[in-house]
Write a protein that binds this ligand. Structure first.
Ligand SMILES: [Zn+2]
Length: 198
């Protein structure tokens, strides 16, 4: 395969990028100066070598533990559980939450062969006990899988006798934390539903 087609093929795998956009980007790069292309290639290269999952919360970070886990001003007794590392950024953008995070790394989805064991649930239960956590906010997406996961988590956490809440249904059904605007997200955070008072 020639260089141009190979690049278009790789770019086409980027979410939201069809073959047409991929080809537009490839031609743009073909016309760009070499310095720009080298910097771009370096930055892509650095991404995987420098950015890792925080060993405590699972979000992306260059330092381990990450800046949120290490921040002494954050409320350590509240843990917000999200599906993916990128969901932390959306939650942070509301500026309404000052606790800690826990990234599950997905949701329970039998169709995709993902069970509770493939998610960071055991780590969550350990953290709740170790960090003297008082409340867990389950912020999985309002999808069938997100709800199933929330239900499973609530059942697992219940014996630890702490408060468990779920983001209010201000989130559109079938929606995604990623596409939810800041106002809706902060409204559902403040109006969160208590599942268990511990
Ligand atoms: Zn962290």
């Amino acid at each position: 395969m020639d260089a141009l087609s190979a690049l278009v093929k790789s770019l086409s795998r980027i979410p939201g990028m069809g073959p047409k956009s991929a080809s537009r980007v490839a031609y743009f790069l073909l016309n760009s100066d070499q310095e720009y292309n080298s910097t771009l290639a370096d930055r892509i290269e650095n991404l995987k070598s420098r950015v890792h999952h925080c060993s405590v919360c699972g979000r992306f970070t260059e330092e381990d533990p990450c800046s949120i886990c290490e921040d002494p001003t954050r409320e350590r007794a509240i843990i917000c559980v999200v599906e993916e590392a990128r969901d932390v950024q959306n939650m942070e953008s509301t500026r309404e939450f000052n606790g800690l995070y826990h990234v599950l790394g997905g949701v329970i989805s039998p169709i995709d062969g993902i069970g509770p064991d493939q998610l960071r649930i055991k780590e969550l239960l350990e953290r709740i006990q170790k960090e003297n956590c008082k409340e867990v906010i389950i912020a999985t997406n309002p999808t069938v899988e997100g709800d199933t996961t929330a239900f499973y988590l609530a059942r697992e956490i219940e014996p630890l006798r702490i408060k468990i809440s779920r983001l209010a249904s201000g989130l559109p059904v079938g929606g995604d934390l990623e596409y939810t605007d800041r106002l809706t997200l902060s409204r559902s955070l403040n109006g969160r539903i208590t599942l268990s008072n511990g």
